[in-house]
Design a protein around this ligand. Structure first.
Ligand SMILES: Nc1nc2c(ncn2[C@@H]2O[C@H](COP(=O)(O)OP(=O)(O)O)[C@@H](O)[C@H]2O)c(=O)[nH]1
Ligand SMILES: [Mg+2]
Ligand SMILES: [Zn+2]
Length: 353
């Protein structure tokens, strides 16, 4: 295997230059445990000490699955010396915490948003994942699994499309193999994808199918119980025979946003496109006069549910930004105040006529 099969490229090669010496070798993190990381390169897979490592910004690690690191092999114990600057990182809010980030996967090109036909794809959950994908600098692709269990996979795909109207949707069965090659078109050699979705939708089964072997543990669901237990307990990167990398993740129950408000905009391009025609450049598309987005909703061109989701996710992103940077609180409040004033003025003008 070559390093490029793992996603190594000229960018990482030049970033590695400053560390180049006889003891340092580049490797990719395939698994993270407390204080250690399993890293892999073209010739070996080793468990390395990863305590106290600093990332490129001088922030303490730990590395995330998918990171490219500088591995020091001088002593018997391999040590992670540095994390190379990431192209992007897929993060979510750490469950149960208001302001802690959890890096799910680093340096990913594609996020496979996995939903099964069994419980029906959930458009609201898909929207969140789409926003997180764009924020990570990755392309979201929605994967609807278990089509062998359903007579009408097309309507399940339609439901998924409601949450990602501008993304590719691939319907497949990891059991009979249909649609699997289509999925691989989104994961060319050298690219990295992460599987994101709730427990039991078939992420690990799909990864095994692509691997051509039963490497990842899958849950055995009892007859008539579609719940599925948490079988995958950690994130893991595997290199596929087809050349791409795939990161399997445990089922994520809560997908708290960890992103900037602009990433939410990218998940709702139809709203962003219309926003250019709003009367006010800082229009929030709530109740402003001359709002082209609300007009499009009234005319049935934009789905009302999409606008509701947009508002919900925008608020969540803004609250996060406020919490992380309290100085912004003032700015947001001021904007809201200015906005109220603007509405009142607009109403006055209207009433005077
Ligand atoms: N019929 C059918 N069952 C599947 C398919 N993919 C996964 N499963 C089953 O769904 C259950 C959960 O799969 P698993 O891969 O562990 O889901 P994960 O939690 O998303 O990793 C297992 O019982 C699998 O055998 C599929 O395409 N068709
Ligand atoms: Mg799994
Ligand atoms: Zn507007």
């Amino acid at each position: 295997m070559k390093l490029s099969d793992f996603g190594w490229n000229d960018r990482f090669d030049s970033l590695f230059n400053q560390y180049r010496n006889d003891n340092h070798i580049p490797a990719r993190v395939v698994r993270v445990d407390r204080g250690s990381a399993t890293v892999q390169n073209a010739t070996e897979t080793v468990t390395a000490v990863a305590a106290g490592v600093l990332d490129s910004g001088g922030e303490p690690g730990p590395p995330a699955v998918g990171d490219w690191v500088v591995l020091d092999r001088e002593t018997d114990t391999a040590v992670v010396r540095a994390i190379l600057p990431r192209v992007g990182v897929l993060s979510r809010r750490r469950p149960g915490s208001a302001d802690h980030e959890q890096a799910v996967a680093a340096n990913v090109d594609v996020v496979f948003i996995v939903e099964s036909v069994e419980r029906g794809p959930n458009p609201r959950r898909i929207e969140r994942a789409v926003a997180l994908a764009w924020d990570a600098g990755a392309t979201p692709v929605v994967v609807v699994t278990k089509t062998d269990l359903c007579d009408d996979p097309e309507s399940a795909a339609e439901r998924a499309r409601e949450g990602a109207p501008y993304s590719e949707i691939v319907a497949l069965s990891a059991v009979d193999g249909s649609g699997v090659n289509e999925l691989l078109e989104h994961l060319p050699p050298g690219a990295t994808a992460v599987l994101l979705g709730p427990s039991g939708v078939g992420k690990s089964t799909l990864a095994n199918r692509l691997l051509g072997e039963e490497r990842l543990a899958i849950s055995h669901v009892r007859e008539g119980d579609a719940k599925g237990r948490h079988t995958t307990t950690h994130r893991e990167l595997v290199v596929l025979p087809s050349g791409g990398c795939l990161i399997d993740t445990p089922g994520i129950r809560e997908l708290g946003l960890w992103l900037g408000a602009e990433a939410v905009d990218s998940a709702f391009p139809e709203i962003e496109a219309r926003a250019d025609c709003c009367r006010f450049s800082d229009c929030r598309h709530e109740a402003e006069p001359g709002c082209a987005v609300i007009e499009a909703v009234d005319e049935g061109e934009i789905d009302r549910r999409r606008l509701d989701s947009y508002h919900r996710l925008q608020r969540e992103a803004e609250h996060l930004e406020e919490r992380l940077d309290p100085s912004r609180k003032h700015e947001i409040r001021a904007r809201e105040r200015g906005f109220g004033k603007m509405i009142r003025q607009a109403l006055k003008i209207k009433n005077r006529r």
